[in-house]
Design a protein around this ligand. Sequence first.
Ligand SMILES: [Fe+2]
Ligand SMILES: [Fe+2]
Length: 318
Amino acid sequence: MAVQYKPTDKLSFVIANDYRLLQVMSRFGISFGFGEKTIQDVCRQCGVDTDTFLTVINYVKDGAEDRLQKVEHVSVKSLLGYLRKTHVYFLEYQLPTMRRHLLSSIDCSVKNEIAFIVLKFFDEYVDEVRKHMEYEENKVFTYVEKLLEGGAMSIEGMHTLSYHHESVDGKLNELKNLFMQYYPQKENNNELNSVVIDIYQTAEDLSIHCLVEDNIFIPAVKKLEHLNRQRRAVDEISGNETEPMAGDEQLSEREKEIVICVAKGMANKEIAEALCLSVNTVTTHRRNIARKLQIHSSAGITIYAIVNKLVTLDEVNV
Ligand SMILES: [Fe+2]
Ligand SMILES: [Fe+2]
């Protein structure tokens, strides 16, 4: 098994072994000037969770195999900050810089159709990456922030994240091939070579970013969901007040109607009659509600309905 870095290793030693880890360091918000300090000292000084930093560098240093990592000691908050900074790096620095290099290395005169196609291809690719990262920022990361505040969980945020990575991963490889196989050679190819190398490095960096999300972030968030679920169940049993839940936007209008009926103490047969549905349909809705909210008892549904203002306290059956 490959050597794993420890909290007591010097950060300078880690960077000397693999300069690419400088990127990881900077995305965690650690800057130069760490001298002879150990990883744990630098992390403490910069407010970075040491275990999370170590989990990421130990994963990335050997090229990030596509395999789930141990996440018991990972701080989701710290990792979220790291992923956000990585998005900013790609969208605001690396991809625009690559476009500038591309523009200066290819001949964009009107007659050069391949140059035009390459540029178009690149722009479409950046657009996909941007959409993907915006989706993560707006949907997934917002959801995770709510989880960190102790809010309710829906499995959808985590469920969909991993399914979007193929499009982010594959296209840069196609662009490299497009260059190498079809782009006309010039006498001096230094600039073009440098762009192709840049594409290789960016493709690798992006692929590692996706793997960190798939194999560290998602399992760590699932663990957090599990902990919140357990805590909420304990709260329910002990009658403690729970914080407002964030899952109601996941329910359809029909499901909300059923939640209201359950909170009022109606049985499935009564709900079916009141809403002109079959009992089977009501049962299916209730199963979906339980899955979406991760609440399986009528008492839990009643609490959910109250805190989300679907019913008033006077209406419920307690
Ligand atoms: Fe991402
Ligand atoms: Fe992603």
